[in-house]
Design a protein around this ligand. Sequence first.
Ligand SMILES: [Zn+2]
Length: 324
Amino acid sequence: MKPVIAVDLGATNIRVALISGDGAIGKKISALTPATPEGPSDIVDTIITMIRSVSPGEKILELDGIGICAAGPVNPHLGTVVNPPNIALQEIPISGPLFKEFGLPVRLMNDCPAGALGEMYFGDGSGCRDFVYITISTGIGAGVVTGGKILLGRNGNAAEVGHFHVDTTYNAMCGCGHPGHWEAYASGRHLPEFFSRWCKENNTGISVERTRSSPGIFEAVRAGYAGLDDFMEELGRINARGISDVIAAYDPSRIILDGSVIRNNSDLLLPLLDRYIDRFLPLPDIMISRLNGLAPLLGASVIAHGYTTAAGSLLTGTDEDAEC
Ligand SMILES: [Zn+2]
Protein backbone atom coordinates (compact mmCIF):
# COMPACT_ATOMS: atom_id res chain seq x y z
CA MET A 1 0.00 0.00 0.00
CA LYS A 2 1.08 3.57 -0.66
CA PRO A 3 1.90 5.98 2.19
CA VAL A 4 -0.80 8.21 3.64
CA ILE A 5 -1.21 11.40 5.60
CA ALA A 6 -2.66 10.96 9.09
CA VAL A 7 -4.07 13.90 11.06
CA ASP A 8 -4.97 13.86 14.75
CA LEU A 9 -7.04 16.96 15.52
CA GLY A 10 -7.09 17.21 19.31
CA ALA A 11 -8.47 19.93 21.53
CA THR A 12 -4.94 20.89 22.61
CA ASN A 13 -2.64 19.69 19.81
CA ILE A 14 -2.81 18.89 16.11
CA ARG A 15 -0.48 16.11 14.95
CA VAL A 16 0.20 15.37 11.29
CA ALA A 17 2.39 12.52 10.02
CA LEU A 18 3.40 10.77 6.86
CA ILE A 19 2.82 7.06 7.53
CA SER A 20 3.84 4.14 5.33
CA GLY A 21 1.45 1.41 4.27
CA ASP A 22 2.72 -0.87 7.06
CA GLY A 23 2.27 1.76 9.78
CA ALA A 24 5.84 3.08 10.01
CA ILE A 25 5.70 6.73 11.02
CA GLY A 26 7.81 9.03 8.84
CA LYS A 27 7.97 12.78 9.25
CA LYS A 28 5.69 13.89 12.08
CA ILE A 29 4.96 17.39 13.32
CA SER A 30 2.65 18.89 15.89
CA ALA A 31 1.23 22.33 16.60
CA LEU A 32 -1.06 23.82 19.18
CA THR A 33 -4.74 23.76 18.20
CA PRO A 34 -5.87 27.39 17.82
CA ALA A 35 -7.28 28.13 21.29
CA THR A 36 -9.76 30.78 20.20
CA PRO A 37 -10.38 30.19 16.50
CA GLU A 38 -12.36 32.90 14.74
CA GLY A 39 -13.74 30.30 12.38
CA PRO A 40 -13.18 26.76 11.04
CA SER A 41 -10.67 28.07 8.51
CA ASP A 42 -8.20 28.85 11.32
CA ILE A 43 -8.03 25.13 12.08
CA VAL A 44 -8.28 23.88 8.48
CA ASP A 45 -5.56 26.28 7.28
CA THR A 46 -3.27 25.11 10.09
CA ILE A 47 -3.79 21.48 9.01
CA ILE A 48 -3.17 22.32 5.33
CA THR A 49 0.12 24.03 6.19
CA MET A 50 1.16 21.06 8.33
CA ILE A 51 0.31 18.55 5.58
CA ARG A 52 2.39 20.52 3.07
CA SER A 53 5.25 20.45 5.56
CA VAL A 54 5.31 16.65 5.94
CA SER A 55 4.69 15.94 2.25
CA PRO A 56 5.76 18.88 0.11
CA GLY A 57 5.17 19.48 -3.57
CA GLU A 58 4.17 16.92 -6.16
CA LYS A 59 4.86 13.96 -3.85
CA ILE A 60 1.47 14.38 -2.23
CA LEU A 61 -0.19 13.05 -5.38
CA GLU A 62 1.59 9.72 -4.82
CA LEU A 63 -0.23 9.15 -1.53
CA ASP A 64 -3.22 6.87 -0.93
CA GLY A 65 -5.28 9.41 0.96
CA ILE A 66 -5.71 11.50 4.09
CA GLY A 67 -7.14 10.07 7.31
CA ILE A 68 -8.30 12.41 10.06
CA CYS A 69 -9.35 11.66 13.59
CA ALA A 70 -10.89 14.47 15.60
CA ALA A 71 -11.76 15.13 19.22
CA GLY A 72 -15.49 15.27 19.64
CA PRO A 73 -18.45 14.08 17.64
CA VAL A 74 -18.01 13.82 13.88
CA ASN A 75 -20.26 13.34 10.89
CA PRO A 76 -18.15 11.30 8.45
CA HIS A 77 -20.87 11.53 5.79
CA LEU A 78 -20.61 15.31 5.73
CA GLY A 79 -16.92 15.36 6.68
CA THR A 80 -17.53 17.66 9.63
CA VAL A 81 -16.66 17.84 13.32
CA VAL A 82 -19.90 18.69 15.10
CA ASN A 83 -20.24 20.63 18.35
CA PRO A 84 -16.89 19.62 19.87
CA PRO A 85 -17.06 20.25 23.66
CA ASN A 86 -13.41 21.33 23.91
CA ILE A 87 -13.00 23.44 20.74
CA ALA A 88 -14.85 26.75 20.63
CA LEU A 89 -16.63 26.15 17.31
CA GLN A 90 -20.03 24.67 16.58
CA GLU A 91 -19.00 22.93 13.39
CA ILE A 92 -15.74 22.36 11.53
CA PRO A 93 -16.17 21.29 7.88
CA ILE A 94 -12.89 19.53 7.27
CA SER A 95 -12.98 16.75 4.63
CA GLY A 96 -14.33 19.00 1.86
CA PRO A 97 -11.70 21.75 2.19
CA LEU A 98 -8.86 19.21 2.37
CA PHE A 99 -10.14 17.32 -0.70
CA LYS A 100 -10.39 20.61 -2.56
CA GLU A 101 -6.83 21.54 -1.55
CA PHE A 102 -5.07 18.24 -2.24
CA GLY A 103 -7.33 16.21 -4.56
CA LEU A 104 -6.90 13.11 -2.40
CA PRO A 105 -9.59 11.00 -0.71
CA VAL A 106 -10.20 12.34 2.82
CA ARG A 107 -11.71 10.12 5.52
CA LEU A 108 -12.78 11.28 8.97
CA MET A 109 -13.56 9.55 12.26
CA ASN A 110 -13.89 10.27 15.97
CA ASP A 111 -10.47 10.10 17.65
CA CYS A 112 -11.52 7.56 20.28
CA PRO A 113 -12.54 4.73 17.93
CA ALA A 114 -9.47 5.77 15.92
CA GLY A 115 -7.39 5.03 19.02
CA ALA A 116 -9.06 1.62 19.29
CA LEU A 117 -8.27 0.99 15.63
CA GLY A 118 -4.64 1.98 16.22
CA GLU A 119 -4.43 -0.43 19.16
CA MET A 120 -6.06 -3.18 17.12
CA TYR A 121 -3.59 -2.88 14.24
CA PHE A 122 -0.41 -1.86 16.06
CA GLY A 123 -0.85 -2.20 19.84
CA ASP A 124 -2.28 -4.27 22.67
CA GLY A 125 -5.66 -4.59 20.97
CA SER A 126 -4.06 -6.95 18.45
CA GLY A 127 -5.79 -10.33 18.64
CA CYS A 128 -8.20 -9.14 21.35
CA ARG A 129 -11.84 -9.44 20.22
CA ASP A 130 -13.41 -7.48 23.05
CA PHE A 131 -11.57 -4.45 24.35
CA VAL A 132 -12.18 -0.81 25.17
CA TYR A 133 -9.70 1.97 24.49
CA ILE A 134 -10.20 4.90 26.88
CA THR A 135 -8.39 8.20 26.60
CA ILE A 136 -8.14 10.52 29.60
CA SER A 137 -6.63 13.64 28.12
CA THR A 138 -8.01 17.14 27.53
CA GLY A 139 -11.34 15.29 27.32
CA ILE A 140 -12.39 11.70 28.00
CA GLY A 141 -13.70 9.25 25.42
CA ALA A 142 -13.58 5.62 24.34
CA GLY A 143 -13.46 3.33 21.36
CA VAL A 144 -15.08 -0.07 21.75
CA VAL A 145 -14.19 -3.26 19.89
CA THR A 146 -16.73 -6.00 20.43
CA GLY A 147 -16.61 -9.36 18.69
CA GLY A 148 -13.64 -8.05 16.69
CA LYS A 149 -15.61 -5.12 15.22
CA ILE A 150 -15.67 -1.48 16.19
CA LEU A 151 -18.88 -0.28 17.75
CA LEU A 152 -19.91 2.78 15.80
CA GLY A 153 -23.43 3.96 16.45
CA ARG A 154 -25.10 6.19 13.90
CA ASN A 155 -22.12 8.36 13.04
CA GLY A 156 -19.18 6.68 14.75
CA ASN A 157 -19.66 8.42 18.10
CA ALA A 158 -20.97 5.39 20.01
CA ALA A 159 -18.72 5.49 23.08
CA GLU A 160 -18.55 9.10 24.22
CA VAL A 161 -18.03 7.76 27.74
CA GLY A 162 -16.66 11.08 29.01
CA HIS A 163 -20.30 12.12 29.06
CA PHE A 164 -21.36 9.21 31.28
CA HIS A 165 -23.04 10.65 34.38
CA VAL A 166 -20.84 9.82 37.39
CA ASP A 167 -21.69 12.25 40.18
CA THR A 168 -24.52 14.14 41.84
CA THR A 169 -22.56 15.61 44.76
CA TYR A 170 -20.69 18.37 42.94
CA ASN A 171 -22.67 18.53 39.68
CA ALA A 172 -19.62 19.92 37.90
CA MET A 173 -20.54 21.44 34.55
CA CYS A 174 -19.23 19.61 31.49
CA GLY A 175 -18.08 21.33 28.30
CA CYS A 176 -21.07 19.72 26.56
CA GLY A 177 -23.39 21.82 28.74
CA HIS A 178 -24.61 19.11 31.13
CA PRO A 179 -23.62 18.54 34.78
CA GLY A 180 -22.10 15.50 36.47
CA HIS A 181 -20.25 14.03 33.50
CA TRP A 182 -16.98 12.09 34.01
CA GLU A 183 -15.07 14.55 31.79
CA ALA A 184 -16.13 17.47 33.98
CA TYR A 185 -14.04 16.04 36.86
CA ALA A 186 -11.15 13.95 35.64
CA SER A 187 -10.10 15.34 32.25
CA GLY A 188 -7.02 17.51 31.91
CA ARG A 189 -9.18 20.49 31.07
CA HIS A 190 -11.59 20.22 33.98
CA LEU A 191 -9.52 18.65 36.77
CA PRO A 192 -8.26 22.02 38.13
CA GLU A 193 -11.85 23.33 38.38
CA PHE A 194 -12.94 20.20 40.22
CA PHE A 195 -9.94 20.46 42.53
CA SER A 196 -10.68 24.09 43.32
CA ARG A 197 -14.34 23.27 43.99
CA TRP A 198 -13.42 20.30 46.20
CA CYS A 199 -11.03 22.45 48.25
CA LYS A 200 -13.71 25.08 48.91
CA GLU A 201 -16.48 22.62 49.74
CA ASN A 202 -14.28 20.64 52.11
CA ASN A 203 -12.79 23.70 53.81
CA THR A 204 -9.32 22.29 53.30
CA GLY A 205 -7.49 25.60 53.40
CA ILE A 206 -5.31 24.27 50.57
CA SER A 207 -3.95 27.04 48.36
CA VAL A 208 -5.24 26.38 44.89
CA GLU A 209 -2.76 28.91 43.49
CA ARG A 210 -0.07 26.24 43.26
CA THR A 211 -2.35 23.74 41.62
CA ARG A 212 -4.05 25.56 38.78
CA SER A 213 -3.06 22.98 36.18
CA SER A 214 -3.54 19.23 36.10
CA PRO A 215 0.23 18.53 36.08
CA GLY A 216 0.56 20.95 39.02
CA ILE A 217 -1.99 18.98 41.03
CA PHE A 218 -0.21 15.68 40.46
CA GLU A 219 3.17 17.29 41.24
CA ALA A 220 1.75 18.55 44.54
CA VAL A 221 0.44 15.07 45.37
CA ARG A 222 3.87 13.55 44.73
CA ALA A 223 5.46 16.26 46.87
CA GLY A 224 3.27 15.12 49.76
CA TYR A 225 1.28 18.35 49.98
CA ALA A 226 -0.98 17.99 53.02
CA GLY A 227 -4.62 17.10 52.40
CA LEU A 228 -4.30 16.00 48.80
CA ASP A 229 -4.63 12.29 49.55
CA ASP A 230 -8.32 12.85 50.30
CA PHE A 231 -8.78 14.61 46.96
CA MET A 232 -7.07 11.76 45.15
CA GLU A 233 -9.45 9.30 46.83
CA GLU A 234 -12.39 11.33 45.52
CA LEU A 235 -10.85 11.50 42.04
CA GLY A 236 -10.21 7.75 42.20
CA ARG A 237 -13.87 7.13 43.04
CA ILE A 238 -14.97 9.31 40.09
CA ASN A 239 -12.63 7.54 37.62
CA ALA A 240 -13.66 4.15 38.95
CA ARG A 241 -17.35 5.09 38.55
CA GLY A 242 -16.70 5.87 34.88
CA ILE A 243 -14.73 2.71 34.25
CA SER A 244 -17.24 0.58 36.17
CA ASP A 245 -19.91 1.91 33.81
CA VAL A 246 -17.70 1.06 30.81
CA ILE A 247 -17.31 -2.51 32.10
CA ALA A 248 -21.04 -2.87 32.75
CA ALA A 249 -21.91 -1.48 29.31
CA TYR A 250 -19.41 -3.35 27.13
CA ASP A 251 -18.11 -6.39 29.12
CA PRO A 252 -14.55 -6.10 27.73
CA SER A 253 -11.74 -8.55 28.42
CA ARG A 254 -9.20 -5.71 28.24
CA ILE A 255 -9.20 -1.96 28.85
CA ILE A 256 -6.35 0.07 27.32
CA LEU A 257 -5.93 3.47 28.96
CA ASP A 258 -4.36 6.33 27.01
CA GLY A 259 -4.16 10.11 27.15
CA SER A 260 -1.61 12.31 28.88
CA VAL A 261 -3.45 12.52 32.24
CA ILE A 262 -3.46 8.77 32.84
CA ARG A 263 -0.19 7.96 31.02
CA ASN A 264 1.79 10.52 33.03
CA ASN A 265 0.17 9.67 36.36
CA SER A 266 -0.57 5.97 36.19
CA ASP A 267 1.43 5.39 39.40
CA LEU A 268 -1.11 7.52 41.29
CA LEU A 269 -4.31 6.71 39.42
CA LEU A 270 -4.19 2.96 38.70
CA PRO A 271 -4.09 1.82 42.36
CA LEU A 272 -7.18 3.95 43.05
CA LEU A 273 -9.01 2.35 40.12
CA ASP A 274 -8.23 -1.08 41.51
CA ARG A 275 -9.62 -0.03 44.88
CA TYR A 276 -12.92 1.43 43.70
CA ILE A 277 -13.99 -0.33 40.48
CA ASP A 278 -17.18 -2.40 40.90
CA ARG A 279 -16.70 -6.16 40.88
CA PHE A 280 -20.01 -6.92 39.20
CA LEU A 281 -18.80 -8.39 35.91
CA PRO A 282 -15.40 -10.10 35.72
CA LEU A 283 -12.64 -7.51 35.93
CA PRO A 284 -10.87 -7.00 32.58
CA ASP A 285 -7.10 -6.58 32.21
CA ILE A 286 -6.47 -2.86 32.66
CA MET A 287 -3.29 -1.51 31.09
CA ILE A 288 -1.67 1.68 29.84
CA SER A 289 -1.26 2.05 26.05
CA ARG A 290 2.25 1.32 24.83
CA LEU A 291 1.89 3.40 21.65
CA ASN A 292 3.13 6.61 23.31
CA GLY A 293 0.02 8.63 22.54
CA LEU A 294 0.08 7.76 18.83
CA ALA A 295 -2.82 5.27 18.78
CA PRO A 296 -5.36 7.76 17.28
CA LEU A 297 -2.87 8.94 14.65
CA LEU A 298 -2.15 5.33 13.68
CA GLY A 299 -5.90 4.65 13.53
CA ALA A 300 -6.28 7.66 11.23
CA SER A 301 -3.61 6.16 8.98
CA VAL A 302 -5.70 2.97 8.69
CA ILE A 303 -8.82 4.80 7.45
CA ALA A 304 -6.70 6.93 5.11
CA HIS A 305 -6.53 3.79 2.93
CA GLY A 306 -10.32 3.38 3.04
CA TYR A 307 -13.20 3.00 5.47
CA THR A 308 -13.17 -0.80 5.10
CA THR A 309 -10.90 -2.17 7.85
CA ALA A 310 -10.24 -5.36 9.78
CA ALA A 311 -12.59 -3.92 12.41
CA GLY A 312 -15.44 -3.64 9.87
CA SER A 313 -16.53 -0.74 7.72
CA LEU A 314 -16.07 2.57 9.47
CA LEU A 315 -18.84 4.09 7.39
CA THR A 316 -21.89 2.05 8.30
CA GLY A 317 -25.19 3.83 8.60
CA THR A 318 -26.33 7.12 7.13
CA ASP A 319 -28.19 10.12 8.41
CA GLU A 320 -31.32 8.69 6.78
CA ASP A 321 -31.04 5.59 8.99
CA ALA A 322 -31.77 7.81 11.96
CA GLU A 323 -35.33 8.13 10.71
CA CYS A 324 -35.90 4.35 10.79
ZN1 LIG B 1 -20.61 16.11 28.91
